[in-house]
Ligand binder design. Sequence first.
Ligand SMILES: C[S@@+](CC[C@H](N)C(=O)[O-])C[C@H]1O[C@@H](n2cnc3c(N)ncnc32)[C@H](O)[C@@H]1O
Length: 243
Amino acid sequence: MQYRHAPAANHAALDAVLASAPGRPTLPVRLTVELAGRGREHLGRTGALTVWDPCCGAGVTPAVLGLLVPGLARLTGTDADPAPLGLARRNLGLLDPGGLADRAAELDALAARHGKPGYAGAAAAARTLVPASTPSWTVAVADARDTAAVRTALGDAEPDLVLADLPHGRATTWADAPGAGADPAPEHGFLRGVAAVLRPGAVVVAVGRGRTVGLPPGVRPLERLRAGHRAAVLVRAGALQDR
Ligand SMILES: C[S@@+](CC[C@H](N)C(=O)[O-])C[C@H]1O[C@@H](n2cnc3c(N)ncnc32)[C@H](O)[C@@H]1O
């Protein structure tokens, strides 16, 4: 894949500023920025965007978006698992006034306690970062296939763009849908559930491991991408509705 929206850069310091949980994979920073750029391109809009991450985990994806992508008015992170949402609030709190300064102080204290240069470097990075956007943000528990729960979690937010790092691996498996059994294509129900609460013109970006991200039968993507061992699909919400 050619990166058109995210120049090559060393994001190691940013990675150290963000809090993540062991065993919980996060999307690479550059890929996150590129996918948001491509999503915005398909929206054909320059105005401020509302972005929803329906499987936000530790909230690294929406926090990276707020820190690096300009023109974001609102970010919502939801996840079926409440466990990582404390971390998501911490990461999205970096976008609040004083959030990065507080994190720098925390990293300084860790550097002093453990004598690890990595913490000092991350503290220095936190002090030099200036968020590209200062969106309002919310984090809530919701299974993306539960339309009522998702509507409650979104409140009056109307997402323009969805960016979802789909579950994979042992630490982040799909939440069990009642009666789903061993669903051979859990991402279909997930994508339909997400689209059900969106305007038809909204754009859904879903990223998974492997060669491709499956779409329900008959749904045509806007675009498909491969980046390393990840695959992504961009699809219009309207194409997923009633499928
Ligand atoms: C690959 S992880 C995303 C990690 C995230 N990018 C981060 O920074 O932590 C996938 C997430 O999807 C969540 N998940 C699984 N099934 C879900 C469902 N039905 N609805 C919403 N979230 C779900 C998992 O709990 C997990 O946190």
